[in-house]
Design a binder for this molecule. Sequence first.
Ligand SMILES: Nc1ncnc2c1ncn2[C@@H]1O[C@H](COP(=O)(O)OP(=O)(O)OP(=O)(O)O)[C@@H](O)[C@H]1O
Ligand SMILES: [Mg+2]
Length: 337
Amino acid sequence: MKSQYIKEIFRSFVQQDKQKFLENAYALISDEKKLNHQLFANELKDIIEQADNKLNVVQEVDYSKRYRKGIPIPRDNEKGFPLLELKEFNLGWNDLILSEVKKTHLHSIEKGFWNKEILSSYGIKPKQKILFYGVPGTGKTLTAKILSCALGYPLVYVRFDAIVSSYLGETATNLKKIFDFIENGKWVVLLDEFDVVGKQRDDHYEHGEIKRVVNNFMQLLDSFNGESLIIAATNHEQLLDPGLWRRFDDIIHFELPDEFEREKLFEFYFKSVKKVKLDYHKLAKLSIGLSASDISQIVSESIRKMIIENKSEINMELISDIIEMFLKRKKLEPKKI
Ligand SMILES: Nc1ncnc2c1ncn2[C@@H]1O[C@H](COP(=O)(O)OP(=O)(O)OP(=O)(O)O)[C@@H](O)[C@H]1O
Ligand SMILES: [Mg+2]
């Protein structure tokens, strides 16, 4: 095995392939450790980590229990940027305001993972490939973060538009690298701005390359056999290829909050603010058409205003003006294509 890794390390030097170099170097280090050559393994590791920006390599300390140590974060060959980011949060289901029905539905995804063994005795797997769609600011990304906390799996964040626009010829390679990476551990993988790769294959304006990318992505999704939860999120669901829809185990629509949910959102975001005299029910009536994200921003804006303008409290007048401003802004927003 050792000679194989060394050959690949030499090859990667000749081909100037940093990704290949890191993969093989870490595989060699791992083998040396297994052979109890700790000192040598550590020396090799130090050499790499001194040379490389430490952020390029997944830090062992944070995630060591959950996956094979020292896997390098894949990068785009052409421009060298990282294809994914690893993130951890501290959030719970209480941070999400949605209808009970929707929350129960989302919660069941988590429960599927906890009941993996029982499910497998029936020959079934938990739902692992989920599509979130809906207008901006309704909690798609937030839910992915919450699921990552609930399951104790770090979030792998992938911005699809970056991968696709980088250089079309490289897209398939990038996708493959991402899937290879996620096979190595348990993650909640968020494929954000997913519509870029999911563009309809018969879209006349698109270069033929994107069609190949879609096919390629579908194959990767079909053959995915890891233990992670994969969430694709989009607010342009109409651009998705019908073939892609069928690949998901579940499809969840995120909607704008109704009056009851808006009331809850105002209460939730104001809960830690003291000087507040507000009729939440009325605020809910005033904010028709606004998203959860708008409401959280309105609350921040009202606190900012109270402080900057030296007001003693946040009252209905102050916040109504801000809501009005957001409603106007909403009308000016470009419509969905
Ligand atoms: N359902 C919700 N409950 C509580 N807060 C929410 C909810 N939805 C959104 N927010 C707030 O708005 C912020 C932005 O929401 P989020 O990023 O989840 O929206 P999104 O649906 O992913 O939007 P986009 O389509 O633009 O990516 C969140 O960090 C949170 O503060
Ligand atoms: Mg989002």
